[in-house]
Design a protein around this ligand. Structure first.
Ligand code: ADP
Length: 542
């Protein structure tokens, strides 16, 4: 017997309509690439999203056609989020930090027909336009009079001219909720990037799950600053969550340095921010140097790579901000787990609470997870057994776009490539990426654990722990460190700092000081590149 409830598909257009009708006064504030602050509400945003949809009709883009974006977080990008997907096309966000050849490869692989870009990225577009024959329209996200006329790019219009003459009414089509809505490519640290094609249904279910109180906990009382980019995994779904909950949005544009982010947080009274650890490193550095405090910020979501405990402590004890440590990946839309405490944890000491906060947290309903050993046997959730982490759920990838890489699933589960423990209460702790784990004499050393300890040293700005070949132990850990400006610490002092914090055999064999650790397109340490850079290095014990 079927239930007798209305069968309404979960569509991004219903989010837009909802925002229009019930959150029309929600503010959207953007620091523009032009340098000024732009401010409007959903009342102005939604009609412009409808103009985008009309402009795409005029360009003869069929349902399912891809529209690429190469853009910072800002209001025009938001209009494209809604106008493109709402009208049945697929929004393909592209990471501008990739090298131009990769950007062109992704545009061609995705089959983008229209490409919208911020003026910051005009040099990239100039370099690749002739290599992207499928793109029939290039849209510069600027005013008509800001468009230079000597770009050499055919079929180039300004965004404002493109949508300006269109009607602001649009009948959103009734799509299948399984229809594709957005496309995002993984960073492709190994091999070519692979496309993850989100559906309307997966996007809406993810937004519902991600705004729950024990997830990102976003409401109409929040002012949210997504420093996480809209060009990678939809800024963790925050644009959709804003339409769903009515939280105010503050977009930082291209200015992601500590001062700019701090000034925006204070000026707009941001209550919740979201970003990767490297961004918060810059913010905390600026605040420490200038002895600054937050007036309204209460929570910050940190994910994308492991958040060092020293950062969680600094946010809590110095600045009164609770870190929500979150884990996920492109293939998971991205949210998998978020760390919040349970009622019974409130009576624990500050240090005991911190130990829990340093874990990546419990799964959001909709994400199932398990850990397995090398033979694929399920391991216990005892907080000790560590194994490869597998996940499944309605917002987790089934296959990649155009079948790239074959069938990724193992018995219906997606292997994340992460190594983790899960404790009896369901708290996940990522110990490593399987390719970064250090295998010393048959035992595993968690590079994240070693880095976390190093990061707690007052002189350390950034630390990476990588495996180095060793004749006796196969691999041994090497610690690579960037010192804080003006700070001093010796190799021996740093190694002594590990005493009593981990077993002796887990302490790195050596420390190398460098000026910078290479970061990838999503702000993560590129350990593969670091290993290449240090290929001539030999451990003293080897
Ligand atoms: P990529 O495009 O490189 O796959 P993703 O943004 O999809 O990048 O990153 C996913 C990976 O990032 C995860 O598999 C995990 O290794 C790492 N990661 C994300 N969040 C965390 C976290 N809180 N702690 C540790 N690792 C994390």
């Amino acid at each position: 017997m079927l239930g007798l409830m209305q069968n309404q598909p979960l569509l991004i257009s219903s989010l837009i309509d909802f925002a229009d009708r019930f959150h029309s006064d929600t503010e959207i504030v953007s620091r523009r690439v032009e340098g000024d602050i732009h401010r409007y509400t959903f009342k102005e945003c939604v009609p412009r999203a409808r103009q985008v949809a009309n402009a795409l009709d005029k360009a003869n883009l069929g349902v399912g056609s891809r529209v690429g974006t190469l853009a910072w977080n800002g209001y025009r990008h938001l209009e494209l989020y809604f106008g493109v997907s709402g009208s049945g096309r697929v929004l393909h966000t592209i990471n501008p930090r990739l090298i131009p050849e990769q950007v062109a490869w992704i545009i061609n692989h995705a089959g983008d027909e229209v490409l919208c870009f911020d003026m910051t990225f005009l040099p990239i577009i100039k370099a690749i336009a002739s290599h992207c024959p499928g793109v029939k329209l290039w849209v510069a996200m600027c005013d008509a009079d800001a468009l230079p006329n000597d770009t050499g790019i055919n079929q180039l219009v300004s965004y404002e001219a493109w949508i300006g003459s269109e009607r602001s009414e649009y009948p959103w089509p009734m799509l299948d909720e399984q229809a594709a809505a957005c496309l995002c490519y993984t960073s492709g640290t190994t091999g070519n990037p692979k496309g993850v094609l989100y559906s309307h249904r997966s996007t809406l279910l993810h937004a519902y799950g991600a705004c729950l109180p024990d997830s990102l906990n976003m409401s109409a009382r929040d002012t949210v600053l997504p420093v996480v980019p809209m060009f990678h995994v939809n800024a963790w779904g925050i644009p959709y969550i804003s339409a769903l909950t009515g939280c105010k949005l503050v977009f930082p544009g291209a200015a992601l340095d500590g001062k700019s982010v701090y000034d925006l947080i204070e000026a707009e009274k941001v209550t919740l921010a979201a970003g990767v650890p490297t961004v918060w490193q810059m913010l905390l550095g600026h605040m420490e140097q200038n002895n600054l405090r937050f007036s309204e910020l209460k929570r910050t979501v940190i994910g994308g790579s492991a958040c060092p405990p020293a950062m969680i402590r600094a946010f809590k004890e110095t600045y009164g901000v609770t870190v929500l440590h979150a884990w996920g990946m492109t293939e998971m839309s991205p949210l998998g787990t978020v760390c919040t405490l349970k009622k019974r944890h409130e009576s624990l000491s500050a240090d005991e609470q911190l130990a829990i906060n340093c874990k990546q947290g419990r799964p959001v309903f909709g994400v199932d997870m398990k850990i397995v050993d090398e033979e694929g046997n399920t391991l216990p959730h005892d907080g000790k057994a560590q194994g490869e982490l597998l996940v499944k759920g309605p917002w987790i990838v089934q296959t990649y776009f155009r079948g790239e890489g074959g069938d990724p699933l193992v018995d219906g589960w997606f292997p994340t490539g992460d190594v983790a423990t899960i404790d009896p209460e369901g708290y996940l702790q990522i110990t490593d990426r399987s390719k970064d784990v250090i295998k010393s004499g048959g035992e595993w050393i968690s590079s994240i654990e070693v880095e976390n300890i190093a990061m707690a040293h007052a002189a350390v700005a950034m630390a990476a722990c990588i495996a180095m070949p060793h004749p006796k132990w196969d691999e041994r850990p090497l610690l690579v460190v960037v010192k804080k400006p003006g700070a001093e610490v010796t190799r021996d002092a740093l190694l002594a700092f590990f005493e009593g914090k981990i077993s002796k055999w887990q302490v790195p064999d050596d420390v190398v000081f460098v000026d910078a650790i290479p970061l990838g397109a999503t702000g993560k340490m590129q350990k593969m590149k670091l290993r290449e850079e240090l290929s001539d290095y030999k451990l003293p014990t080897a």
